[in-house]
Design a protein around this ligand. Structure first.
Ligand code: APR
Length: 194
């Protein structure tokens, strides 16, 4: 009897486990494209500590949102590395922009991994606090800030997986990749970690 129950339980447990992981995998997608065009509730901006705009994805988001975005972020008094601040999306399809300042890569001995993990954790938390159901991330810190791409994608996937395990509000987390190389790195991290 025990043997039979054990087998049934084991099958059910593994099925439930697979179902949960499967559901979580369904809540994450990886696309190639321009984050300013994403039709999601919130997009994340890979900003700098000043929140006064810049190049890369920061520049693209400010250009697409219009000058009101800078007027709002100018009032925020900056953003420490690893933290996040929220603004309206203005002319963007997204209702919110969550600005985060990623770490500048300095060889990996200046707490860069934890600071980057904090960017993802704090942006996800802030999105849920503002009622967002869908959020899109760029590849934070892997451009001008020179964070190694594969290392960054594994941190992004790991933090997202941990967050989604304990959250049932967010319906979709989209990683928006600029170019084939970034897309492949995210796809590999998705398979490896989620
Ligand atoms: N959509 C999606 N991804 C984009 C876009 C876009 N429109 N534009 C650039 N990217 C990608 C880059 O190709 C890179 O993969 O975003 C990733 C992050 O690169 P950066 O924008 O350089 O951001 P980061 O490395 O975090 O450096 C931040 O650069 O732009 C300045 O003001 C910003 O000082 C800050 C620093």
């Amino acid at each position: 009897m025990d043997c039979c129950c054990f087998v049934v339980t084991a099958q059910v447990d593994s099925a439930v486990g697979e179902k949960e992981v499967g559901d979580m995998k369904k809540r994450v997608s990886i696309v190639e494209g321009d984050i300013t065009k994403q039709k999601v509730d919130a997009i994340v901006n890979a900003a700098n500590n000043s929140l006064l705009g810049g190049g890369g994805v920061d520049g693209a988001i400010h250009r697409a949102a219009g000058s009101e975005l800078l007027e709002e972020t100018r009032q925020m008094g900056g953003c420490p590395t690893g933290e996040a601040r929220v603004s309206k999306g203005y002319r963007l399809p997204a209702r919110w922009v969550i600005h985060t300042a990623g770490p500048i890569w300095a060889g990996g001995h200046k707490n860069e991994d934890n600071l980057l993990a904090g960017c993802y954790r704090n942006c996800l938390k802030m999105a849920v606090e503002h009622g967002a159901k869908t959020i899109a991330f760029p590849s934070i810190s892997t451009g001008a800030y020179r964070f190694p791409l594969e290392r960054a994608t594994e941190i992004a996937m790991g933090e997202t997986g941990k967050f989604l395990e304990n959250d049932n509000i967010l319906k979709k987390v989209v990683f928006v990749c600029f170019g084939e190389r970034v897309l492949k790195a995210y796809q590999d991290a998705f398979e490896k970690i989620l």
